[in-house]
Unconditional design. Structure first.
Length: 279
């Protein structure tokens, strides 16, 4: 089981395939296994790197609240690429991982050949309501464990599309969520989800991004629709792909459409045919 130390926290990762590096960061309710359809597809052409964020076994689960933050998440990704000797990569992620991708592109643009930001920006709109919901979820995790969370989380409006389209995939997703560390998940909510900047607060930084960027969103992923449009409007070299009748986990709900959309984007970048709006 390959691991590396990110400032004393052991992070589990996996590498598949050969070629230009493509790294994926997972969502809050996912883990390294959430990218299986993408690993299977993209490893035929790229060196695909996936990892479990801190707080997600088999990566370490620090017990100190201060060990969890958006900055730590960005540093973990940076140190993973450095550990692997990678100077530049395609960087992508979903939800929490999409927010890490955006922040990584802002912090380390020289390491990003392109950005893939999917289902990101939750907590940017209806903020007070979302923060209260996240804090209540963190409290439930600590007091009642993950089972109570799964009962509601896996059938939330933005998740129900996965159950409708792929019942077996939804059951696998729910089982994986149930196995997560309650402590790691709760501290991730409080340290990362609640405290990170909204996409609106990153407007000035996004306008300075000079990296080809693809933003992807499901049209049933209500908390992330407006933030995704905002990213498209403010990241100069960006495109926006909407997935019809799709919720939050678009890489699992529509793996073929997701993979083909991303592959077309990367192919255009490689051909020098992704001009964005800066041309």
């Amino acid at each position: 089981m390959p691991t590396f130390s990110s400032n004393g926290v052991n992070i589990h990762y996996e590498v598949a395939g050969q070629g230009f590096p493509l790294v994926w960061s997972h969502e809050f309710a996912g883990d390294i296994t959430s990218w299986e359809p993408q690993v299977n597809f993209f490893s035929r052409r790229y060196q695909v790197i996936t990892y479990c964020a801190r707080g997600y076994p088999p990566s370490d689960v620090p017990e100190e609240p201060e060990a969890y933050s958006q900055d730590h998440s960005v540093d973990d990704l940076y140190l993973l690429l450095k550990h692997l000797g990678i100077e530049q990569a395609y960087v992508g992620g979903l939800s929490m991982g999409g927010s890490v991708t955006l922040s990584f592109g802002i912090a380390h643009p020289e390491m990003c050949r392109a950005l893939i930001v999917a289902g990101a920006g939750a907590g940017s709109t209806d903020r007070d309501e979302q923060l209260a919901s996240w804090e209540a979820a963190a409290e439930t995790m600590l007091n009642e464990g993950m089972e109570k969370i799964v009962q509601g989380y896996a059938i939330a409006p933005a998740r129900i599309q996965l159950r409708r389209k792929d019942p077996l995939g939804w059951a696998k997703f729910s089982a994986a969520l149930l196995a997560h560390s309650a402590l790691g998940s709760a501290l991730t909510v409080r340290g990362v989800q609640i405290k990170r900047a909204t996409v609106y607060q990153l407007e000035d930084q996004m306008r300075q991004i000079d990296i080809p960027t693809m933003v992807l969103i499901g049209d049933e992923d209500e908390p992330c629709i407006e933030p995704s449009i905002f990213m498209k409007r403010n990241i100069p070299d960006s495109g926006l792909a909407g997935f019809p009748t799709s919720g939050h986990t678009i890489n699992l709900e529509e793996p073929d459409l997701f993979n083909r959309t991303v592959l077309d984007f990367l192919t255009a970048v490689e051909a020098g045919a992704w001009p964005g709006r800066s041309e």
